[in-house]
Design a protein around this ligand. Structure first.
Ligand SMILES: Cc1cc2nc3c(=O)[nH]c(=O)nc-3n(C[C@H](O)[C@H](O)[C@H](O)COP(=O)(O)OP(=O)(O)OC[C@H]3O[C@@H](n4cnc5c(N)ncnc54)[C@H](O)[C@@H]3O)c2cc1C
Length: 514
């Protein structure tokens, strides 16, 4: 029973961490009718959630570790997420060449049969066998690869998924405080007293909330011990993964899944129209996840492993960009990093009469929505009864800009080309992939390119910058060119400095929040 003489807390739920899990929980909670605050000490998705392989996938190889629950849940999420965000999520075909030394073809077929059938696949095309000598997918492969399989999963723009969850949460009343660190959280009876620090000004403020979620990803244990000053309810295993980007290696739209003799798998994925993404590595990490970067050994490993499959080798000199992230895995005691479970574990600490705390361990981008549902199922009995939407609503309502049919991108593109004939095709395509039907808010009534203001290069205009600052919490050029978009691949260092200056000017002009 709550104490009627005390004022109600400022929020029903406070969330630490603006990655996919924190923002997914914020969206679901706001839609259910809870008063939510989320704090992120840097930019949204600046942690692990912008450094993934960007696959919405069941994880074919997890079948080998008997992770049937995880694989089934993840497979089922593919079409759900594609349905709510068809601008940033789309189907991808995976070419899996059979490697005689790794496993027999019948075992692969069996695994793919399971993969096709345990996850409620309705729209994604089924697995098929590929004769690699005649199929175009075989053209870049060494001649010894004669048989392959092709199956379906999906691609996701990971950092945009995070921002769109935050945007939707805010549209439903949540407060999203970026550049805001949680520096302490203490129980005060049935509420939390939480101190937040603005990372731009150093200013601190205190808020109160009934429930608290620790969704700090790789920092979950640090936040538990240094901010909440509680025992970590579970162990987290930090596993580094890095990717390299090279100029486009082939012309078709499928991606490749390869496996090394040591069992580690990696992908070659068509990336940003002119590039190929290669990753990932998998190695235990010790240290500050904030300072992570790719090592020369990882670059060499990815080049060597790729070259073992391709007719033309990939070399370190070809790398135009790389990124690294740390998987915050639940430590299940596995020996090898690549064997540690990718499933999520939620720990609820809710002593009688005391404010509840939920800590998030592990998880995948793919399962963030289900993780959020489980988090709320755990927390709701300890929070004021909300009057909003029922459980499951996040799988039925579109993310911002995603309100068009999941197979309707080509129609949207054609209609938008008629509506905005002045936009070069690559720019229109990029804007629609990023903002979907919200493109109208960005372009306004413009009928010519000059009406979109200054052009910063690669199709980035002042109108887009203003939109990103106003609706997507962008505050630096890095937010814009590496997380809201990947225009950093096409812009020079000098152009990026000019974008930073322009952002500062726009922010100084006045209030920017919608
Ligand atoms: C190399 C790699 C490849 C992957 N590939 C895939 C894939 O293809 N598909 C898939 O489904 N999953 C993939 N994953 C897994 C997925 O990326 C992660 O599980 C997921 O992004 C974790 O999100 P999170 O919200 O828990 O953590 P994060 O995204 O790291 O978010 C935590 C946030 O908490 C903030 N924070 C920390 N301390 C504080 C504080 N005191 N106050 C305020 N904020 C704080 C941080 O700044 C950070 O932004 C991959 C992971 C890696 C590393």
């Amino acid at each position: 029973m709550s104490d009627p003489t005390r004022p109600p807390p400022d929020y029903d739920l406070a969330i630490i961490g603006g990655g996919v899990n924190g923002c997914g929980i914020a969206r679901d909670a706001a839609g259910r009718g809870l008063r939510v605050l989320l704090c992120e000490r840097a930019d949204l998705a600046s942690g692990t959630s912008s450094a993934s392989t960007k696959l919405i996938h069941g994880g074919l190889r997890y079948l080998e570790f008997y992770e049937f629950r995880l694989v089934r849940e993840a497979l089922m999420e593919r079409e759900v997420l594609w349905g709510i965000a068809p601008h940033i999520i789309w189907p991808l075909r995976f070419v899996l060449p059979h490697h005689k030394k790794i496993r027999p073809a019948w075992l692969l077929r069996l695994g793919l049969f399971l993969y096709d059938h345990i996850g409620g696949r309705k729209k994604l095309p089924a697995t098929r066998t590929l004769p690699l000598r005649t199929n175009p997918a075989g053209a870049i492969l060494k001649p010894e690869f004669v048989l392959g399989f092709e199956y379906s999963d999906c691609w996701v723009e990971d950092s945009r998924l995070v921002v769109l969850n935050a945007r939707d949460a805010a549209d439903r009343g949540a407060t999203i405080a970026t550049r805001t660190a949680c520096v302490s959280a203490d129980r005060d009876g049935e509420n939390w007293r939480i101190v937040l620090r603005c990372e731009l000004t150093g200013e601190q403020r205190e808020i109160t909330a009934r429930g608290l979620v620790n969704a700090a990803g790789p920092w979950v244990a640090d936040v538990a011990s240094e901010v909440i000053r509680a025992n970590t309810p579970a162990k987290v295993r930090l596993v580094q993964g890095s990717h390299i980007v090279v100029p486009k290696l082939y012309d078709h739209d499928s991606c490749y899944i390869f496996q090394n003799a040591d069992g580690r798998i990696f992908f070659l994925i068509p990336y940003e129209r002119d590039f190929t993404l290669i990753g990932t590595t998998d190695q235990d990490f010790h240290g500050d996840p904030g300072g992570i970067h790719i090592s020369a050994d990882e670059i060499a490993y990815l080049c060597r492993s790729t070259s073992a499959y391709l007719r033309t080798p990939v070399t370190p000199e070809m790398v135009v960009w790389s990124y690294s992230g740390v998987r915050p895995l639940y430590d299940d005691g596995s020996t090898a990093a690549q064997e540690a479970t990718r499933d999520y574990v939620l720990k609820l600490d809710s002593p009688a009469g005391a404010a509840p705390l939920l800590s998030v361990f592990g998880g995948k981008i793919t399962t963030y929505r289900r993780l959020a549902e489980t988090a709320l199922a755990d927390l709701l009995p300890h929070l004021p009864k909300p009057m909003g939407k029922p459980a499951g609503w996040t799988g039925r309502e579109n993310l911002p800009g995603g309100d068009f049919p999941s197979e309707g991108f080509a129609d949207l593109l054609a209609a938008s080309a008629t509506r905005y004939p002045f936009l070069p095709q690559p720019t229109l395509h990029r804007l629609l992939r990023a903002y979907g039907t919200r493109i109208g808010e960005l372009l306004g009534q413009a009928t010519s390119l000059d009406q979109l203001g200054r052009d910063f290069g690669a199709g980035l205009t002042e109108a887009e910058l203003r939109y990103l600052i106003r609706f997507e919490w962008a505050r630096t050029a890095e937010d814009v060119v590496w997380r809201r978009s990947k225009l950093g691949l096409r812009l020079s260092a000098a152009e990026i400095i000019l974008i930073d200056e322009a952002i500062r000017h726009i922010i100084e002009e006045g209030p920017v929040d919608p």
